[in-house]
Design a protein. Structure first.
Length: 243
């Protein structure tokens, strides 16, 4: 049986961005409750109270007693908006619940006895949690705050599927009605393989250059037409040694 959680709120008449801004400056949170046979109602809540409640799983996955001006309504939290930078809650959406009709809600999974399992005691075995929450369907009175997954019998190589989870009485997982392909793995116990990087082949050795390189002789160029070759006298001039 889930615990009862009461959230206190006050009704408000001022609406719009300006009114919401004034509420936030006063450490209050604008909110709305809708659903059921009643019209939507604007609310305001104390920021510190909600900030403390939001630290708990039950605030997001439990049936809440929303106390509005002394009158209690059964609701679910459907949306919580946070400031992108500051640790502030900006807005809340609550939905009224008909306790005679089934509801669908995501609840967290709590994994038990993992360290005591054969896989947990075996060195070199990696236990992976593929799913940490699951959507269930049940009457509001049957709604659990979380679902326990007992891993005490987990062996290396085992796979725990959605269909393997033991559910509380009156609770079901709607996804399992859609076919076997929706019976996803929740927990995997597999051998932890250490990836060894292959050593890259050493680059081919570069041929060593001798310490004393031979200086290449400059290429011989032919003289331009009409010009004497190097070492020959110009036309009309006597050769060296001749007068």
């Amino acid at each position: 049986m889930a615990s009862k959680h009461e959230i206190k709120a006050q009704s408000r008449k001022d609406e719009g961005k300006g009114a919401s801004r004034r509420l936030r400056h006063a450490d209050l949170i604008p909110a709305v409750v809708y659903g059921g046979s009643q019209p939507p109602q604007s609310l305001q809540l104390i920021h510190n109270d909600i900030a403390l409640a939001a630290r708990n799983e039950w605030f997001f996955s439990s049936l809440l007693d929303l106390n509005i001006d002394g009158k209690v309504q059964k609701v679910l939290l459907r949306d919580l908006q946070r400031h992108p930078v500051k640790p502030r809650v900006l807005h809340l959406d609550f939905q009224r619940i008909d306790e005679s009709k089934p509801i669908r809600l995501k609840v967290p999974l709590h994994f038990l006895n993992q360290d005591k399992s054969p896989a947990g005691k075996l060195a070199g075995t990696l236990i992976m949690h593929e799913v940490n929450e699951v959507e269930i369907s049940c009457l509001p009175s049957r709604l659990p705050e979380h679902i326990e997954v007992d891993l005490s019998a987990l062996e290396k190589g085992d796979i725990v599927h959605l269909s393997s989870i033991k559910l509380p009485e009156g609770v079901e997982i709607p996804a399992l009605r859609l076919g076997k392909e929706h019976d996803v793995a929740v927990v995997l116990a597999k051998e932890a393989r250490v990836e060894v990087e292959e050593e890259t082949a050493a680059p081919a050795a570069v041929a060593e250059v001798p310490a004393t390189a031979v200086k290449a002789e400059p290429a011989k160029t032919e003289p331009a037409k009409g010009e004497p070759a190097k070492g020959e006298p110009a036309k009309g001039e006597p050769a060296k040694g001749k007068k």
